[in-house]
Ligand binder design. Structure first.
Ligand SMILES: Nc1ncnc2c1ncn2[C@@H]1O[C@H](COP(=O)(O)OP(=O)(O)O)[C@@H](O)[C@H]1O
Ligand SMILES: [Mg+2]
Length: 253
């Protein structure tokens, strides 16, 4: 990031992404957006809107039918390794590899990213302490609650500390103090010149935290911009009312 202005650097770019499952209608239809260094972007929409599908195309899990995704300038299809080194991903389902202990899972992920032991240990210690997980790392994940599994997934993803964080419904199942810690971490990460994209079906979560929000439903983008602009466009309504009205309106289209 030598001489280029950090603010202008685009870390996540979606260009005309579309996805079709089987012979169904398009689950995602021509989604484009870009997220710059320093930004926290909330990706909002009701269940089934297409958020997870977009995130899976950004992270290379699904191959888009049209369009392309770039992470830190690397095309996820053409340069998958460089792109994957540039983001941390927390999936929407934390029920993976439950036969491992929390620490075994963290080390499994950290090995994939070749994180040296001397960097790994202090980071894991710090993250585990912030999430109240220090005493649970030696326990099998099968014995964890949903919230503990979610926290462990976040710790494992953040042990590798790349510029872009892509988090699918990260607040779901977190207790208030863990949710608070995660929001603080997002702010710290963005303030260091990185970016965070996180999906949520609860728009209020995005209200205080986000520079920009992207609202989608039925595979389409309905709004992209600041929360202030959205509020200014709908005077006298709170964010929940605006959101419900937007997703109702598009349904009958
Ligand atoms: N593996 C799949 N096979 C078929 N349809 C799917 C699959 N995954 C998601 N869908 C459909 O794609 C649409 C978008 O889903 P998803 O991306 O999971 O939305 P969100 O994350 O916003 O809840 C929904 O209609 C969903 O039923
Ligand atoms: Mg989802």
């Amino acid at each position: 990031m030598e001489n280029t202005s950090i603010q202008d650097q685009i870390l996540i770019q979606a260009e005309h992404l579309s996805m079709i499952y089987g012979s169904d209608a398009k689950a995602v239809d021509d989604m484009s957006f870009s997220i710059k260094a320093g930004e926290i972007v909330g990706f909002a929409g009701p269940n089934g809107a297409g958020k997870t599908t977009v995130i899976k195309m950004l992270t290379g899990i699904l191959r888009p039918v049209t369009g392309r995704a770039l992470i830190a300038g690397h095309d996820i299809v053409k340069e998958p390794l460089a792109a994957k080194q540039s983001f941390a991903y927390v999936a929407d389902n934390p029920d993976v590899l439950l036969q491992l202990t929390g620490l075994e899972y963290i080390n499994f992920v950290a090995d994939i990213y070749k994180i040296p032991e001397e960097e790994r240990a202090p980071r894991v210690k710090d993250l585990a302490a912030r999430f109240g997980m220090s005493d649970a790392l030696e326990t099998l994940m099968r014995e964890y609650s949903h919230g503990m599994r979610q926290k462990l997934m976040v710790i494992a993803a953040l042990t590798h500390n790349p510029p872009a964080w892509i988090l699918d419904e990260p607040m779901t199942g977190l207790d208030p103090s863990a949710a608070y810690e995660l929001k603080q971490m997002m702010r710290e990460h963005a303030a260091r010149g990185n970016c965070v994209l996180f999906s949520t079906h609860v728009l209020e979560v995005a209200e205080k935290l986000c520079d920009h929000i992207i609202i989608m439903n039925y595979g389409h983008s309905l709004y992209q911009g600041t929360v202030e602009n959205l509020s200014a466009e709908h005077p006298g309504q709170d964010l929940e009312e605006i959101f419900l009205e937007m997703i109702r309106y598009k349904k009958g289209e």
